[in-house]
Design a protein around this ligand. Structure first.
Ligand code: CA
Length: 452
């Protein structure tokens, strides 16, 4: 039985059961009222597993997502019944047109026709909480879990083939900086939303090679389709992007991949589940039910034997609406890099959802939030609000709810996967730099290109 019909049937049985208790008509027609013993075993177990103390306050939540690999565990939790298993039978997973729409929709909230939370680049939840990207309107949010690591990269337009625009661009820095003199315009690079992950990844990569992203090039937010069109017609040079775009860059002969984020920072923090604080405060059990469903989905997503089904579901018309052939390679860890570089064939180079070589992926480490806010300070973002590391830590303590993640993991029996610290420890980047969460100032001091 398909999931859809299984849940429809379950709903029907619940409805039928409720009306049967008071309906003489039904009883008369059918002879006997429906008995729970007739419910298929899997459905009965699902419903019975929830103890009264863990019964969610509501069965619904509206979660926004962007059709990229980061959202896969939300889609899978919905489609494979992991949310429903924990009593969240009516979760709506709602496609957002872009990051600005997601931000606007969470500011409105589901009661106003928006969303309760969903998928975010970092540190959007912190910026929304502080009113920094919402015209001063503070909408407190909680970060609940990390959705994934990796699955992003930096693409380069075909006209730059053979110029050394690969992982380390030290030898290509003069070429990039001299572009304005030779071409009459600056080297132009795009991401999808300012001051968040994809902006950070491309800034880090440029700066590590000696290119100042604020002075030497033009770096701006552009919709993906427009960026790709620009890369084809020669008006756009680089694109900080997420799967499945990197695959298309090479497959469609648009250009090459300079780097996977896996190369820039192995098992780096990527996108997160965060929700409005008022929703979580009102529905703490439902929040944990969502988390439990998400965790099971993340475990499911990481199993190589499930990847083909994952692709089938996510590529579908209701979700990413892209060919299966485009979404398959990143889930096999297969990346054609182009420009004479060796291809990747390593499932650990692509998106991972539950475990990587450094530990748990789903747990939202506060030390990762701190990197995002430290990096924001590096580039002088939100200068008037984000003035020092202590302020950053205060914001993180208000937004990061790793405590709820741990409670949910315990209730679900994933005790062995619960990290023992809110810090993952010292982080290492491809250029030899290190971020020690105990000493973010030392990291800032070690960087040659910065705005602080
Ligand atoms: Ca991303």
């Amino acid at each position: 039985m398909s999931n859809f019909s299984r849940f429809s049937r379950r709903k029907f049985l619940i409805t039928a059961g409720a009306s049967a208790a008071s309906s003489v008509f039904l009883k008369g027609c059918l002879g006997n009222p429906p008995e729970t013993a007739n419910v298929p075993a899997a459905d009965a177990v699902n419903a019975a597993d929830i103890s009264p103390e863990q019964m969610p306050e509501t069965s619904t939540a509206k979660l926004g997502y962007i059709p990229i690999v980061e959202s896969a565990p939300l889609v899978i939790a919905k489609e494979k019944g992991f949310f429903a298993k924990y009593g969240m039978t009516d979760v709506e997973v709602s496609k957002q047109a872009n990051w600005a729409s997601a931000r606007d929709n969470v500011t409105i909230g589901s009661e106003g026709g928006g969303i309760d939370g969903g998928q975010w680049q970092m540190p959007m939840p912190h910026l929304i909480s502080e009113g920094i990207i919402t015209n001063g309107r503070k909408v407190p949010m909680y970060v609940l879990a990390q959705l994934n690591t990796q699955g992003n990269g930096i693409a380069i337009a075909g006209i730059h083939k053979g110029k050394g625009l690969q992982l380390d661009i030290s030898n290509a820095a003069d070429y990039i900086k001299g572009f304005e003199a030779s071409q009459g315009r600056k080297f132009k690079a795009a991401h999808t939303f300012p001051n968040v992950n994809q902006d950070f990844w491309i800034r880090y990569w440029f700066a590590a090679g000696g290119v100042d992203p604020d002075r030497d090039i033009d770096l701006l937010a552009v919709p993906p389709a427009e960026t790709v069109q620009g890369m084809r017609n020669g008006s756009m040079d680089a694109f900080s992007t997420g799967d499945p775009w990197p695959y298309r860059i090479v497959a469609d002969d648009i250009g090459h991949m300079a780097a996977l984020t896996h190369q820039i920072w192995k098992f780096h923090p990527e996108e997160y589940l965060a929700m409005r604080a008022d929703w979580v405060d009102k529905n703490p059990k439902a929040t944990k039910a969502l988390l439990k469903g998400l965790m099971e989905a993340q475990q499911w997503c990481d199993k190589p034997e499930n990847r083909a089904e994952l692709v089938q579901i996510c590529a579908g018309r209701n979700y990413f609406n892209i060919p299966v052939a485009v979404l398959t390679p990143p889930y096999e860890g297969k990346y054609e890099m182009g420009d004479g570089q060796q291809a990747f064939n390593d499932i650990k180079a692509g998106p991972l959802y539950w475990k990587d070589d450094l530990g748990n992926v789903s747990y939202p480490y506060k030390s990762h939030d701190l990197w995002f806010l430290t990096e924001s300070m590096r580039w002088g973002f939100h200068r008037d609000r984000l003035t020092d590391i202590d302020t950053a830590k205060k914001i993180i303590d208000a937004v990061n709810r790793e405590d709820l993640w741990k409670e949910a993991a315990k209730e679900a029996g994933f005790d062995a996967d619960i990290p023992t610290s809110t810090s993952r420890g010292v982080e290492k980047f491809f250029d030899g730099k290190e971020f020690d969460p105990e000493n973010p100032e030392a990291y800032l001091n070690s960087l040659a290109i910065k705005k602080v």
